[in-house]
Design a protein around this ligand. Sequence first.
Ligand SMILES: *Cc1c(COP(=O)(O)O)cnc(C)c1O
Length: 357
Amino acid sequence: METQSKMIEITKTKNSRINEVDFDNLSFGKVCSDHMMICDYKDGKWGTPQVLPYGPMPMEPSSKVFHYGQAVFEGMKAFKDEDGKVWLFRPEQNFNRINISAKRLAIPEFPKEYFFEALETILKLDKDWIKPGKGNSLYIRPFVIGTENGVSASPSSEYRFIIICCPAKAYYSSPVKVTIAQQYSRSADGGVGFAKAAGNYAAQFYPTNLAKEKGYQQVIWTDANTHEYLEECGTMNVFFRVGDKLLTAPTNDRILDGITRKSIIALAEDDGVEVEVRRVAVKEIVEAAKNGELKEVFGAGTAATIVPFLGFDFNEEYYELPKVENSYGSKFKTKLQDIQYNMAEDKFDWRYEVKVD
Ligand SMILES: *Cc1c(COP(=O)(O)O)cnc(C)c1O
């Protein structure tokens, strides 16, 4: 059967690669599914989106994105339930956020109907790449790049919006130890920390490598001015459980407004857990670790879902976190995944069904 779409041009692959993929041994983001979407912006408007076989695309070396980093992205997941139905989780949030990110980088906004039509078209074609079972998903990576040729430092007049998909299992295969940033910063007031701008991640790699040399997989970033307040970690927002309270930093122009973060806040409050969204001082967390009040620290983001941290380093001192029964981390991960995989009631209306048949 031909796939019908009003607004998209579709070219199906003649050679699916799905049988070459070992779905039990995926390394995150390495393998892409059969199809991708590209849509070009030129002469002040977006052209017709095209869904076509995933593959390389020629670009001129002078393309602006290579020189000035005009690039923003999103990360979302498609889940399959036991009946073969396919679900997205709060996709409007991703759509809104990529346009918020784009605006900050002087990139034109992408039309909503293209975004959803393209997603649904790809997911329909590549539905067999989405495996059922908790932990399995198809990671979806929409992104936009400045494609005008010419190395002058000015915003591109041409862009390409692309969506690629990668089958995924768990993101971090081993438990995570983190270090608290005291020298380097991820973002600053008035900057682009709130945007999923490609350059934010490039700037984290070097300090994160230094942390890795010391045995820490990630850095918890602190505010750039004083390094006294905890912000976020890699591509995750961070939660601290002190006693029975859950603490997390408020979002602002330095911190990414994570969808997993806001979903955990809602689930925790619904569960009667007290959540304090406020600045969290390094001092306070170190004190709580010393006096035994600090029960858990975990990261939260689409790629990783919820990752409990084993412990953290501050000032060359390592604080090991206790092993707690019924941790908030595992409880809210279960609740979140039960909603994502259509295994629980969706009282917040977060699930979005993609018709794939
Ligand atoms: C993507 C990301 C997050 C998590 O956002 P989600 O919407 O939950 O995936 C948190 N922090 C940073 C810096 C990120 O890039």
